[in-house]
Design a protein around this ligand. Structure first.
Ligand SMILES: [Fe+2]
Ligand SMILES: [Fe+2]
Length: 390
């Protein structure tokens, strides 16, 4: 019993919040940028555009929307066991962030269901679109890994669950799916309501993945044996993951919208490589001397991550003369730049820098905003990212 408990034995718990932690930064970000309502998206233009699509174009978009809807429903349901672990661990900041995480998954489920009903005009069961690999992952492996947490809160069980949920579900598959949507709908201003919803949902997913990677790198830092669990789980899930992507394209002799299986797999694997690099960077950071990091190693890891976020645009980095600042230039001309000070690279592990950049919506801004200048510096012992407010 603590002294406070003795003084006020029936008092409710009251804790100070650590606002500079990764979960709290993500929580604040979620309140600012995650507050959107799928019901408020304007879909009138989308309904007209849908009627002008060819039969096979509609089939591709319907298949993709149906799979997203089913996957988001699973992700909403299967997140709950993770909350119980965090609750038992008395991790208040994470509990706060997870309230936004769960609400956002619920909104994604609602968003894709609304598209199915109002744009695609399908209110019934679309299970026929779920291929064998999709069912295996979303009806067996994901729920089993997440529900296992109710009985087993070990670091290994948490790592298995997070590899499945974050790296594969939200990571490789989610990003492959968004890539197919974005490639199909880009140009011509087609289906603006759907595109807006996708943009908002994808920004939510960036925060979810930043949190998942934060948890995974923390587990691996505490128990080095977790790395082999992560490796094994990835090996186990990769065939199903690639199976889902290739089974998606199988029914089409000629895939519309200029889409291809090879380009989609290439994109998803490149994105995955970037996330893997940030995990590896955390591993290297964990091995380094406490307090001071290897700035060249950090620069390489952060560059690998920025390249992966900005693709297909090329990224160049250079140090401005002898100034302790690195400029990451994305694309050419009026493309966005990201400035990171040497001090950040020297004092913070790459995983921490990447988490801070993710928390501040940098990936999304690099993808979308031309001529933007983002600055990442160290102040008061913390990483500060300055980005123009949206
Ligand atoms: Fe989601
Ligand atoms: Fe998510």
């Amino acid at each position: 019993m603590t002294r406070a408990d003795r003084q006020h034995p029936n008092a409710a718990r009251s804790s100070a919040l650590r606002h500079d932690t990764v979960p709290m930064r993500l929580y604040h970000e979620a309140k600012q940028f995650g507050a959107w309502d799928p019901r408020r998206l304007e879909l009138r233009q989308d309904i007209q555009d849908w009627s002008r699509l060819t039969v096979v174009e509609r089939d591709v978009l319907l298949r993709l929307t149906a799979l997203f809807q089913a996957a988001e429903e699973s992700m909403t349901r299967d997140l709950l066991p993770l909350l119980t672990i965090v609750l038992r661990g008395d991790r208040l900041e994470e509990q706060l962030f997870l309230t936004t995480f769960l609400a956002e998954e619920a909104k994604h489920t609602e968003f894709f269901r609304r598209i199915l009903e109002e744009v695609c005009r399908h209110s019934g069961d679309l299970q026929r679109y779920q291929s064998a690999s999709f069912r295996k992952l979303f009806s067996e492996k994901l729920p089993n890994a997440m529900r296992a947490l109710l009985a087993d809160a070990s670091a290994a069980a948490q790592a298995e669950a997070l590899v499945t949920y974050t790296l594969v579900g939200e990571g490789v598959l989610g990003e492959a799916g968004y890539h197919v949507f974005n490639s199909a709908l880009e140009g011509g201003g087609r289906m603006p309501g759907l595109r807006e919803g996708l943009r908002l949902a994808q920004a939510d997913e960036d925060r979810h993945m930043a949190y998942g990677l934060f948890l995974l790198s923390g587990l691996a830092a505490e128990e080095p044996g977790v790395w082999s669990v992560i490796d094994r789980r990835m090996d186990d899930l990769l065939p199903d993951t690639l199976g889902i992507v290739s089974e998606f394209f199988e029914p089409y002799d000629v895939v519309p919208f200029g889409l291809s299986l090879e380009a989609t797999i290439e994109y998803a694997m490149a994105r995955f490589a970037g996330r893997w690099a940030s995990l590896e960077a955390a591993r290297e950071g964990g091995r380094g001397a406490a307090g001071v990091q290897d700035p060249d190693g950090a620069l390489r890891s952060v560059l690998a991550w920025v390249r992966e976020q900005a693709q297909p645009a090329p990224v160049a980095v250079r140090r401005e003369g002898t100034a302790p600042i690195y400029t990451f230039r994305v694309g050419s001309g009026g493309a966005p730049t990201l400035l990171i000070t040497q001090e950040v690279l020297q004092h913070h592990a790459p995983g921490e820098i990447i988490a801070a950049l993710s928390t501040h919506g940098v990936p999304q801004q690099l993808r979308e905003r031309a001529g933007l200048r983002l600055t990442c510096l160290r102040a008061g012992g913390k990483i500060v990212v300055q980005a123009p407010s949206r």
